[in-house]
Design a protein around this ligand. Structure first.
Ligand code: AMP
Length: 286
């Protein structure tokens, strides 16, 4: 057993974590925060390891945040396995798991939300009303509770990462936002806690998202700049594998605004689609 695995501390109360962080900061220790919803996989572990490398103390929050789920979404069935997750966090070198209950984070119904009206209703936001306000609000709370100087998020949730960077900048959070590359399965499927919902066949078929991305990247590399053409190639490959595409969009990498006709600057393809009942999202830079 490694040292940290023995020492991993699970803190359940936000007040206790806030006090602990205050103490750590007074001792001159730097704090890294990795916010997650648990059911940890190699993608999460890559974020934790980055934080462990950069900071004296790494806090991994594990909280399935009710405020970011719609009424008909998977809040109730989202996988929860705190002890296995805490073990993984310890093995990756984290110091603290913060695992509050909803009534600790929300002793009263939340009335104060962080919004980004320009971006919260685009792309995923169009299909998940209220989702990004829920995410931004809980991340703002976590920043105030954990007091990190750095916080780690996956590029996998590309729109989310952009919104969090914008929030930290717009609202002067003293936190550096660090993005990390998407970790994928062998067939290219981005790792996700929701992959557990997929049947074996669906998991294989969902490799088509990445295959679509590779095809679009290849075409773009050959000089194809038509947004319509690049989008349709991704859509067709996913649909051929029985995926149901919710949206394929090509957006500017810097401001996430849609690219209308031709890809002439750094751009990213965003996709949301269903395999069976499972909704998956992914992105690739062209
Ligand atoms: P989640 O538990 O799904 O809310 O994710 C917690 C954090 O891990 C978010 O910042 C995600 O973007 C990040 N993440 C999720 N999947 C991956 C992955 N496959 N590779 C890298 N980061 C990921």
């Amino acid at each position: 057993m490694r040292k940290n695995e023995e020492k991993i501390k699970i803190i359940r109360s936000s007040l206790a974590l806030q006090k602990n962080s205050k103490k750590m900061l007074a001792q001159g220790k730097s704090i890294g925060l990795v916010p997650t919803m648990g059911a940890l996989h190699k993608g999460h572990v890559s974020l934790i390891k980055k934080s462990v490398k950069d900071n004296d103390i790494t806090i991994v929050s594990i909280f399935v945040n009710p405020v970011q789920f719609g009424a008909n979404e998977d809040f109730a069935k989202y996988p929860r396995r705190l002890l296995a997750d805490a073990k993984l966090c310890g093995e990756a070198g984290a110091s603290i798991v913060f695992a509050p209950q909803p009534n600790d984070m929300y002793p009263f119904p939340l009335q104060t939300f962080v919004h980004n009206p320009a971006l919260e209703s685009l792309y995923c936001g169009a299909y998940r009303p209220g989702h990004f306000a829920g995410v931004l609000s809980v991340v703002a709370k976590l920043f105030n509770i954990a007091a990190p100087s750095k916080a780690y998020f996956g590029e996998k949730d590309f729109q989310q990462l952009h919104l969090i960077r914008k929030m930290a900048c717009d609202l002067n959070f003293p936190v550096k936002i660090i993005g990390a590359k998407t970790i994928r399965e062998k067939n290219g499927l981005a790792m996700s806690s929701r992959n557990e919902y997929l049947s074996l066949e669906e998991r294989v078929a969902a490799g088509s998202i990445y295959a679509g991305f590779l095809a679009a990247k290849k075409l773009h590399g050959q000089g194809v700049v038509s947004v319509a053409k690049l989008k349709s190639v991704v859509k067709e490959i996913i649909e051929r594998a029985s995926g149901k595409v919710q949206y394929v969009e090509i957006v500017n990498k810097n401001d996430l605004m849609p690219v209308r006709a031709k890809v002439l600057k750094k751009a990213v393809v965003l996709v949301a689609c269903h395999f069976g009942k499972t909704r998956l999202i992914d992105h690739v830079e062209l």
